[in-house]
Design a protein around this ligand. Structure first.
Ligand SMILES: [Zn+2]
Length: 362
């Protein structure tokens, strides 16, 4: 209890300091810094005022290629759920314009001092059946079906020899790179370990070696006790605005069980993951008038193919979801330094999201 009071006091102190001079915060795992530019800080309501009321989505849009599969045929489905020709609600199929070639084997070579390899990988789309199945408006069952489809396909793709890492992403809204309004995820596989995932794995290992505890558990324990950045939680999962948030209203969803691999979640966990995801997206939708956002799943790599990386490093990593509303864009400073400037205090973002009423939206 004394510790708790001490922490609260410390935070209040930081807040006062931040009001005067702003603050640099460091991510526990990657060691990356972010700038909390409180000099330009805006209250959460200011972000809402910039956006018009949420768009109304139609169930079927006749100009949408994913609604009109008869007129705009896609490549054959690899998976449908429920697996029923009439009742299906989500399907996965290969992207018509893939970023990679779907090959099991690949060549690598050098050019003088440079390294290269064939750009192999699977690039698939998980689309909802209906145009209005946006995250915030889904039922928990529909969200759960999406998670189940992603897990099933993930388990199939990870078997392929050229798949080192699988990245699941979703872009919602044009400003977030959503080229089509129809709700869809993209699944990418790559034959290398992406640098951001590499940083997370190495950071988790470094922290564990130095402190004798894995960092994600430490972070969750602190956040749950402190409460200031918490958004929502249930029996298995916690959602919160990270201490070193890179964007206003950034939210992470993480299992409280130490588990490096997303694809290992079971049916009971899946239901509660679907519930917390749906609720967090509702908070963002209601509180910020359906803003554009990106979200992605960080999971440990499938194997160490093509990269000098020891699989034992993965055991201190914990899979999680990062949701990044697009409330501002990167400028030259961010591109030049990798230091992100956020104009909202994560504590205020979390408090704002917590108090949204999400039970009555249709
Ligand atoms: Zn559509």
């Amino acid at each position: 209890m004394a510790g708790k009071q001490k922490r609260k006091k410390k935070r209040a102190h930081f807040k006062t300091k931040a009001d005067e001079v702003g603050e640099l915060r460091q991510d526990l795992v990657t060691g990356k810094w972010v700038v909390v530019a409180t000099g330009r800080a805006r209250r959460p309501d200011d972000f809402l005022a910039e956006r018009s009321t949420p768009k109304r989505f139609v169930k079927v849009d006749n100009k949408c290629p994913f609604c009109r599969l008869d007129e705009f045929p896609q490549l054959p489905d690899v998976l449908r759920l429920p697996d029923d020709p009439k009742e299906w609600l989500v399907h996965i199929f290969p992207n018509k314009y893939p970023a990679f070639s779907a090959e099991e084997e690949f060549r690598t070579w050098n050019l003088g001092p440079y390294r290269a390899m064939e750009s192999v990988g699977w690039h698939e789309v998980l689309a909802t059946r209906w145009h209005d199945q946006v995250d915030a408006l889904l039922t928990v069952r529909e969200m759960s079906l999406q998670v189940e489809a992603l897990v099933l396909r993930y388990r199939q793709l990870r078997q392929k020899p050229s798949v080192n890492h699988i990245q699941i992403i979703k872009n919602h809204g044009q400003e977030a790179g959503g080229s089509l309004e129809h709700p869809h995820h993209q699944i990418f596989t790559v034959p290398v370990l992406p640098s951001d995932v590499h940083d997370l794995l190495q950071g988790a290992e470094r922290y564990t070696q130095a402190n004798g505890q894995e960092p994600f558990g430490v972070m969750l324990e602190y956040e749950r006790e402190d409460g200031a950045r918490m958004v929502e939680e249930n029996e298995y999962f916690t959602a919160w605005c990270p201490y070193a948030s890179r964007r206003p209203f950034e939210v992470w969803i993480m299992p409280r069980r130490q588990e490096p691999y997303f694809e290992n979640i079971g049916p009971e966990e899946r239901e509660l993951l679907a519930e917390i995801m749906r609720n967090v997206f509702r908070r963002i939708y209601v509180g910020l008038n359906d803003p554009p956002y990106n979200y992605y799943i960080h999971s440990a790599p499938c194997d160490e193919t093509g990269f000098a990386c020891d699989r034992s490093q993965f055991s201190h990593f914990r899979w999680h979801i990062e949701i990044l509303p697009r409330m501002n864009v990167w400028g030259g400073f961010e591109l030049g330094t990798g230091l992100e400037i956020t104009t909202a205090l994560p504590e205020e973002s979390a408090e704002y999201l917590r108090r949204q009423k999400i039970d009555e939206i249709c």
